[in-house]
Design a protein around this ligand. Structure first.
Ligand SMILES: O=C(O)CCC(=O)C(=O)O
Ligand SMILES: [Fe+2]
Length: 327
């Protein structure tokens, strides 16, 4: 199909040279991750406090949880899913052009063409959209308006969750108000095409997110896995729920109390999968400093963090992440 990235042609020589299978693929647990009903935040004080406690505990023990009654309607999610499908159906020759959607270069990414090792291959494509740029998408009005409707409701959800997580640490929410907004966050639209070798090539390599928190919606296919106590756990699709995970920046800010957990996506052989991730992050000059003493991480700006991860990616094929800033 003309919209598929040239995975086979690009990966063939690396794949032919290996019989290695992805490690731990058959050793995945089917445990439920915490599911939190946010409706209780609107009930009496006792319910509200219990719900807040569940959120902070899940962020500590799991770094991952799901929320329902989150305020993002099924209609908004369905529209996003529809638009996502449409935009990835654009011929590859067009998607991969510099100014696709009138957005900056590197908005569209696919696989890992610079892989030198079969373990670095990925069977997925993504649109990485910095939110202030969406106004440039004037030729793609319905995609743009679906994104705007989503951002309008997901931003207050992210703020609400971050405020609860911050309150537990006695961090004033004004820190986030000063450094983060809908305009410092970004979206990633992910598509995982059917993969003829799902036990050899991963959909998305293990990583932790560059954000304070990330909010993800996955379709009904499944494949997202997170690391817990040294084991991969798969996150069972729940169409009503949104997945929330702690990112590297909150791990540093919380002095390691909240955990930014490694996760990956396993590709499926016969079906495609879509997901949507909203990364709540700060402006480039924001200073991230562990709130407690003695600090585990050195103070850094978000710009420094990005520069370091880009350098690490280039040099070693892995972004390394927050451990770089450990004292
Ligand atoms: O596709 C998913 O479920 C997760 C995507 C993800 O982890 C990311 O975009 O950072
Ligand atoms: Fe992620």
């Amino acid at each position: 199909m003309d919209y598929e990235p040239p995975f086979l042609q690009t990966y063939m020589s690396l794949l032919q040279g290996t019989n290695d299978l992805i490690s731990d693929l058959s050793d995945v647990e089917k445990r439920e991750i915490p599911l939190i009903d946010l409706k209780r935040l609107k009930l009496d004080q006792l319910e509200r406090e219990e719900c807040m406690k569940e959120i902070t505990e899940a962020a500590r023990k799991w770094g991952f949880f799901q929320v329902v009654n989150h305020g993002v309607s099924q209609e908004v999610l369905k529209n996003m899913q529809f638009e996502e499908k449409e935009v990835f159906r654009t011929p590859f020759g067009i998607k991969s052009q510099e100014n696709f959607l009138n957005l900056p270069s590197r908005t569209y990414r696919w696989g890992n063409a610079s892989a030198i090792n079969p373990k670095q291959l990925m069977w997925s494509e993504a649109l990485h959209i910095f939110l202030p740029d969406i106004e440039k998408m004037d030729q793609h009005k319905s995609l743009r308006s679906s994104i705007e409707s989503f951002v309008k409701v997901v931003t207050p959800l992210a703020e609400n969750l971050v405020q609860i997580l911050a309150q537990e640490l006695n961090i004033n929410f004004s820190y986030f108000q000063q450094n983060c907004s809908a305009n410092t966050s970004y979206l990633r639209l992910n598509r995982y095409p059917p993969c003829p070798f799902p036990s050899k090539v991963i959909g998305l390599l293990p990583h932790a997110d560059t954000s304070f928190i990330t909010i993800v919606h996955q379709d009904h296919i499944g494949g997202l896995q997170l690391m817990k106590d040294g084991k991969w756990i798969s996150v069972k699709p729940n169409s009503e729920a949104l997945i929330v995970n702690v990112g590297d920046l909150f791990q540093a800010l919380s002095n390691g109390l909240y955990t930014s957990v490694g996760h990956r996506v396993v590709a499926a052989e016969k079906v495609e999968r879509f997901s949507l991730a909203y990364f709540y992050g700060p402006s480039i000059d924001a200073v991230i400093e562990s709130y407690a003493t003695p600090p585990l991480y050195r103070k850094f700006t978000f710009g420094e963090y990005k520069e370091q991860t880009m350098k690490d990616l280039k040099e070693g094929g892995d972004k390394v992440g927050i451990s770089r800033f450990l004292l």
